[in-house]
Design a protein around this ligand. Structure first.
Ligand code: GLC
Ligand code: GLC
Length: 807
């Protein structure tokens, strides 16, 4: 069942009923100011950091769900409603929510009045614009009152929801004209405030939540709206809000619009006040002047749309499959950008007050957006690498505001260092910018220790070799990619963190997955070393890869698939000898991606085992059989009930590794089938089962052992976005940036007999037309000249190159 449709021409998903199975959200903002917005206009806004600079409140895990947002109430003669359906929930004659790239347009109509509410964050601004258009579609004159509403957060979102003895006494506002200023804590150390204003004279305002709503009322039944008139309440302590009321008179057929601005404003510390106790409003007034008219707003929206067109134009697919096109051209790259912006900080599942940026997550995320914004990818790489330790290990997370490693989590996740090589290699292949390798980058943010970035990669590579276990496989440490396989933890204390408790000296537990990573990633290191003239180092690294492959085939092969690990006691994990958890997905993907067993049939065998034991109609589960009980020696993986999360859930992040692995062994049809199973656009028809947005990936889908098999959780911020973009663009469609050119290697099976991709690569435009027989192995012609091999040489910037491909 569907709850809307894709409007590809406008790059929108159009939701046609408020009654979706979960709030379906969108992200507004690209740089500094961000808003989350649901299809019922729930959500919140923040400046840069969702914890430290939260502008508006949102209540997670609340009853009812999706409580708190920016709301517009329309009142007339004691009757009132909201065009977003929530929070008033009065039936609407029509309802529609359009989530587009960086904007959301929600339209509701009732009793002859249509209300369109448009939300977006203009480029370069620290504000959310809300344009409300009211139209009288009936045949009589109407006199309405329009009420706005936002609830301010007292800046630190965590403190705001815990420190009530303090917070109930700090709220302060100022009102001037049609502008409401939230100046809580401005009297002391803050040099910023929020402003909420409208570009028209107001009939009244309210800034005290209790006065506006009534103590025992929800957002759907505000006293003030029911009464039809603002009270001009001035918040003092308690809960400051911003609400305006406007009198709107509409003749039949008449339409009018208003521009509301919710802005974040910083003031130089020495100019905070214009008079004692009166905030300096000059910078706010400048902001409001930029959005005083409808024309200004429309222009800003146009610029935003041009920005997105430009960005997404760098990889454009046209194929006979609409779903494939819309994933590749619109929604997958859009999700990659949002994930880049947010890391894992703020979604409807991540409350914005939790973890910082992950070392491994950020490196993988890079792969999904590096072709869109290479300069920001470069900066991100330097930030990440600056938190690495001198021995090559890494802080598992760092804080976005300070860019420093996070001591509470610390280090010891032994896959982390290798991801840095993958991220840097991805950046250089896309851009050709080898100069990044010479960039001085410190260890643990200590400037005195700075060395060229290349040295960081050397240490990442050596770290793995310096930390091998009894079988010569990499030691796992606290965990590898699978945060929940905690082999040195042994936790018996409820609530204790599985990731940060390592209470055994772990020099035994080994990861076959990291060995697979080594095989896939270290050849990149060798290539970079070679480019720097370090032939000896390159040769050694390649020899180390060969040795690692042999080690895996000797001690990491279970007979029909790759083992997952050896535990603390040296016992096998992910083996047919185990009762539960006999086979895991991760090593099957990465070992094959690394080329292990491709020559002698182990790779195909492993992938056949994946199909037989892990595949389901909703995607590939992480392991099988699910752990029925808690295993002290395995940690968090066995803590989840069967079928959820790492315990045999479909963890979407690793499904594309199998897609890629299938292309490595040349089975494009299977690869494409796997890719489609979790791709949201292909799951749109089963939205009642999937439940989350049909336009973005979720972190997990409940596995076959779960009661709720097929149900997705944690949409938006997940490494799934980047890896699926890599899988579809570089392996299925097979257009892959290389050091010396664009590699053409499609492998998508017979279902897509032809397709064309416009790809911008190092400043030149390539038009790549593929006639696809369904197998693997491309014959490539460049501007009419048949190429030896399949690497299209790098053309000068500005050039247009025609590439004809026959598979
Ligand atoms: C989460 C983490 C990621 C980890 C994955 C599997 O997505 O952010 O780092 O690899 O879980 O445990
Ligand atoms: C990762 C895992 C999650 C686990 C968490 C612990 O995000 O996906 O299951 O609870 O790490 O930090």
């Amino acid at each position: 069942m569907r709850y809307g449709f894709f409007d590809d021409d406008h790059r929108e998903y159009v939701i046609t009923t408020p009654h979706t199975p979960y709030p379906w959200i969108n992200y507004l903002g690209n740089e500094q100011f961000f808003s989350l917005i649901s299809h019922q206009s729930g959500g919140y806004s923040f400046y840069r950091d969702a914890k430290m600079r939260r502008l508006t409140r949102y209540r997670y895990n609340n009853v009812p769900t999706d409580a708190g947002g920016r709301y517009f109430y329309i009142a007339e003669d004691g009757d009132f409603w909201t065009p977003s359906y929530l929070p008033v929930k009065r039936d609407l004659d029509t309802y529609e929510a359009r989530h587009g790239l960086g904007y959301t347009l929600i339209t509701g109509a009732r009793g002859g009045i249509t209300a369109e509410t448009l939300f977006f964050v203009p480029l370069g601004e620290t504000a959310e614009i809300q344009k409300v258009t009211l139209t009288n579609t009936g045949d009589r004159r109407r006199e309405l009152t329009l009420f706005s509403f936002v609830e301010f957060c007292l800046w630190n979102a965590q403190d705001d929801s815990t420190n009530f003895q303090h917070n109930y006494s700090t709220g302060e506002v100022e009102i001037e004209g049609s502008a409401i200023y939230h100046k809580t804590e401005y009297r002391e150390r803050r040099d910023h405030y929020a402003v909420y204003a409208v570009n028209a004279p107001i009939a009244g305002f309210d800034t005290d939540r209790e006065t506006f709503l009534g103590l025992y009322n929800g957002f759907g039944e505000p006293d003030v709206v029911a009464a039809g008139a603002s009270t001009n309440s001035v918040a003092s302590g308690w809960h400051p809000i911003g609400s305006h009321s406007l009198t709107v008179v509409l003749e039949p057929g008449e339409s009018t619009d208003y521009v509301f601005v919710l802005g974040y404003v910083e003031v130089p510390k020495d100019q905070k006040w214009s008079a004692p106790g009166v905030v300096n409003k000059a910078p706010a007034e400048e902001l409001l002047a930029r959005f005083a008219t409808t024309e200004q707003v429309d222009l800003a929206l146009e610029r935003l749309q041009e920005y997105w067109s430009g960005l997404l134009g760098s990889f454009a697919l046209s194929s006979p499959d609409d779903k494939l096109d819309r994933m590749v051209n619109i929604w997958n790259p859009y999700q990659c950008m949002v994930t880049f912006n947010m890391s894992r900080s703020a979604s409807y599942f991540e409350s914005g007050i939790g973890r910082g940026m992950g070392f491994r997550d950020s490196n993988q995320d890079l792969l999904g957006f590096v072709h869109l914004i290479p300069e920001r990818a470069r900066e991100r790489i330097v930030d990440i690498a600056s938190t690495q330790f001198a021995d090559g290990s890494a802080y598992h997370q760092y804080q976005p505001l300070t860019k420093r490693g996070n001591n509470e989590i610390g280090s010891g996740f032994n896959d982390d260092p290798l991801w840095l090589i993958l991220g840097v290699a991805g950046y250089i292949k896309e851009t050709g910018d080898y100069s990044i390798l010479d960039e001085p980058v410190p260890f643990d943010n200590d400037p005195a220790t700075a060395v060229p970035l290349f040295e960081h990669l050397t240490r990442s590579y050596r770290f793995t070799l310096d930390n091998l276990g009894p079988h010569g496989l990499p030691l796992i440490g606290r965990a590898d990619w699978n945060d929940c396989l905690n082999l040195n933890c042994f936790s018996e204390e409820p609530g204790e963190s599985f990731q940060t408790t390592s209470n055994r000296e772990g020099r035994t537990a080994e990861s076959v997955f990291i060995a697979g990573m080594f095989a896939f990633i270290v050849p990149e290191y060798a290539a970079l070393a070679e480019h720097r003239g370090l032939a000896e180092e390159a040769a050694q690294a390649r020899a180390a890869v060969e040795a690692m492959k042999q080690t895996v085939l000797r001690d990491g092969w279970d007979g029909d698939w790759f083992l997952r690990a050896y535990d603390f006691f040296g016992d096998k994990v992910g083996s047919s000898e185990n009762v539960d958890g006999q086979i895991f997905i991760e090593p099957q993907g990465f070992c094959v991606m690394g080329g292990i067993g491709v020559e002698n049939g182990e790779a195909v065998k492993a992938l056949d085992a994946v199909e037989e034991r892990l595949d389901t109609p909703h995607g590939i589960v992480l392991l099988n059989p699910a752990y029925a009980d808690y295993h002290l020696e395995l940690g968090e993986v066995s803590s989840y009930p069967p079928g959820y999360k790492e315990n045999a859930g479909i963890f979407c992040h690793n499904n594309p590794w199998i897609t890629i692995a299938e292309t490595v062994v040349g089975r494009g049809d299977r690869a494409f089938e796997y890719w489609k199973k979790i791709a949201p656009a292909y799951r749109e028809e089963i939205s009642e089962i999937h439940r989350l947005e049909p336009y973005v990936y979720a972190q997990t889908i409940a596995g076959k052992d779960a009661v709720r098999h097929g149900e997705a959780k944690n949409s938006w911020l997940t490494g799934t976005a980047a890896w699926n973009f890599v899988a579809v663009s570089q392996y299925l469609l097979g257009i892959r940036p290389g050091y010396d050119g664009l590699i053409i290697d499609p492998c998508i099976g017979p279902q897509i007999p032809e397709f064309t991709v416009l790809r911008t690569f190092r400043g030149a435009d390539y038009t790549i037309t593929v006639r696809n027989g369904g197998g693997k192995g491309a014959t490539v012609t460049v501007d009419g000249v048949r190429l030896e091999g399949n690497v299209v040489p790098i053309a000068p910037p500005g050039a247009s190159v025609r590439v004809d491909v026959v598979v």
